[in-house]
Design a protein around this ligand. Structure first.
Ligand code: DQA
Length: 147
């Protein structure tokens, strides 16, 4: 079972960005923790981050072509307005789980909207790094309950 972990715009700056929302961990710390959990759960993980919207779309197209089993995505600010990423995700047939470090619903109103919400299995937000670890468990669970 292979899961793709996608991180979008500005998320390479975790560790340097507003610690009250995003804590101190870097993206590479988070990916390391995810890898440890993936080993425990016996799943293969691929992690990808980009600040370029089209590159994220192309990675999703590639995931479709290689029949990926599940996708976890924190698209950062793109979550709130990128119909291009939403349409790319909608091509996939596998479970998709949306992740946010911060509780987006307790922040500015533009963050309350996710253009992905109707095509994801669910959203996990507000638990910091733990959002990613819960997200991986949720993705694996969704794949296993489908098969
Ligand atoms: C975020 C929340 C988004 O609103 C914001 O634009 C981000 C990070 C999060 O992980 O909490 O860049 O996705």
């Amino acid at each position: 079972m292979k899961i793709l972990v996608l991180n979008g715009v500005n998320l390479n700056m975790f560790g340097k960005r507003d610690p009250s929302h995003y804590g101190q961990a870097t993206l590479s710390d988070i990916e390391g923790l995810l890898q440890v959990l993936a080993n425990e759960l016996d799943v293969e993980l691929e992690c990808f981050q980009s600040n370029i919207e089209g590159h994220l779309c192309e990675k999703i197209h590639h995931a479709h072509d290689e029949n990926i089993d599940g996708v976890m995505i924190n698209a950062g600010a793109w979550t709130h307005y990128s119909y291009a990423i939403r349409d790319a995700l909608a091509i996939l047939k596998c479970p998709i789980v949306e992740i946010h470090m911060s509780n987006v619903h307790a922040r500015e109103s533009f963050r309350h909207v996710s253009v992905f919400s109707s095509i994801v299995v669910g959203q996990i937000c507000g638990f910091g790094v733990e959002s990613y670890l819960l997200g991986l468990r949720a993705t694996v669970q969704s794949i296993r309950s489908k098969t």
